[in-house]
Design a protein around this ligand. Structure first.
Ligand SMILES: Nc1ncnc2c1ncn2[C@@H]1O[C@H](COP(=O)(O)OP(=O)(O)OP(=O)(O)O)[C@@H](O)[C@H]1O
Ligand SMILES: [Mg+2]
Length: 378
């Protein structure tokens, strides 16, 4: 059993003069027993600071952190029953792989036989058996990171904390190590909190994802819920690659009774007009004649070549700015005159730069946001 409950957590870093700078602004987050929780967000949003407060490496300015119901604010790191894996591995260079993994248990005066059993179990789990006698400098980055993970596993902690453990690895190694950590989570059944700024890592590894920005939580949800139901423009733009397209404009009543129309703000010429469906019109009802942002993901923008009968209410004419063939699909960078946006289309659909094309928006997958608050309309 290990739950971690973060309540009104605040952090200010003390300055030499004047009041401290607040970098975590009263966050609330409950990590469930055996959950893999990912903290994700841009550089400087407070992910590491939050993780370090959970580990006890950073003093808590306000609020509480409770592990299994016990507030640990004043508990020393070594007594929190937590193991942390860092980006830079932090291995002891003069010790062998075996000694690196055994060291923490030795310090805690575990019996030799117990240490040996635990190191061998972790080593087998991580495929480190052939390297036990080597020094870290004779290992690849991925192998070193596995030793760092092994060192955490042998402790059998209540909670594992990871701070960007894969960011020093090359792309291929990242993917395989990512899978290994996910498997390890399933196998150990442990509570894990994992920090990354990579939204792909977050999406593929997390049971739930906590999206942070500027020391605040923007949304906590399961990966696909974040993707399909973002609460605000920040989450909508951060999760997904290429990101969600945004069009600025206003809502007005359409010619069809009961339906609203989105009219793009377009200084360059005729604005793009999109008739909303009933569901989106209902969400926008309180925002008629107000500034809104229309959001749609690249895969929900279709070029009309493959469509039998493109729906004219949701079809707009735009210009091709760039075409990027990716192999399995092509990213089309398009422009309305006011807005640049991206469509993911079939690789067989070829376009010239500057060509006018018609694209149809899957209106059922679109989102509306309040332009001022950036919150989704629902
Ligand atoms: N020791 C410190 N003293 C003063 N400010 C700090 C200190 N450590 C971090 N900060 C500031 O706190 C904020 C949050 O930093 P933090 O390291 O938690 O960000 P992060 O989300 O982990 O970013 P990254 O993705 O770059 O690792 C940043 O603005 C950073 O400059
Ligand atoms: Mg960090």
């Amino acid at each position: 059993m290990a739950t971690v409950v973060i309540s009104n957590l605040e952090k200010s870093y003390a300055e030499t003069k004047g009041p401290g700078v607040k970098v975590v602004h009263g966050i609330n987050l409950e990590i469930r027993d055996r959950e893999f929780m990912v903290l994700v967000g841009p550089s400087g949003c407070g992910k590491s600071t939050t993780l370090r407060m959970i580990a006890g490496l950073e003093e808590i300015t306000g609020g509480t952190i409770a592990i299994d119901g016990v507030v640990v604010n004043n508990v020393l790191p070594k007594d929190r029953d937590i193991a942390m894996v860092f980006q830079n591995y932090a291995l002891y260079p003069h010790m062998s792989v075996y000694e690196n993994m055994a060291f923490g248990l030795k310090l805690r005066k575990f019996p030799k036989a117990e240490i040996d059993a635990r190191v061998r179990e972790a080593s087998a789990m991580l495929g480190l058996d052939p390297y036990l006698d080597r020094k870290p400098k004779a290992l690849s980055g991925g192998q070193r990171q596995r030793v760092a993970v092994g060192r955490a596993i042998v402790r059998k902690p209540k909670v594992f904390l990871f701070d960007e453990p894969l960011s020093n690895l090359d792309a291929k190694m990242r993917v395989s190590t990512r899978t290994e950590i996910s498997k390890l989570h399933a196998r150990l059944g442990a509570t894990m909190i994992y920090v990354t700024h990579d939204q792909v890592e977050a999406m593929t590894m997390g049971d739930r994802i906590c999206v942070m920005k500027d020391g605040r939580i923007m949304q906590v949800d399961a990966p696909l819920d974040l993707y399909n139901r973002p609460e605000n423009m920040f989450v909508a733009g951060f999760i997904g690659s290429p990101p969600m397209n945004f069009f600025k404009g206003r809502l007005q009543r359409s010619a069809t009774p009961g339906l609203l129309e989105f009219v793009e703000t377009n200084s360059a010429g005729a604005p793009v007009r999109i008739t909303l469906d009933a569901a989106l019109s209902a969400k926008g009802a309180g925002h008629v004649d107000r500034e809104v942002v229309f959001g749609i993901r690249p895969e929900d923008v279709q070029d009309t070549l493959g469509l039998e009968r493109p729906d004219p209410a949701h079809t707009i004419e735009v210009k091709v700015e760039v075409s990027e063939p990716m192999g399995a699909e092509t990213f089309l960078y398009l422009g309305t005159g006011a807005t640049s946006f991206i469509a993911r289309v079939r690789p067989t659909d070829r376009f010239e730069v500057g060509q006018a094309v018609k694209v149809t928006l899957k209106i059922g997958a679109a989102h509306l946001f309040d332009a001022a608050t950036e919150q989704v309309l629902k």
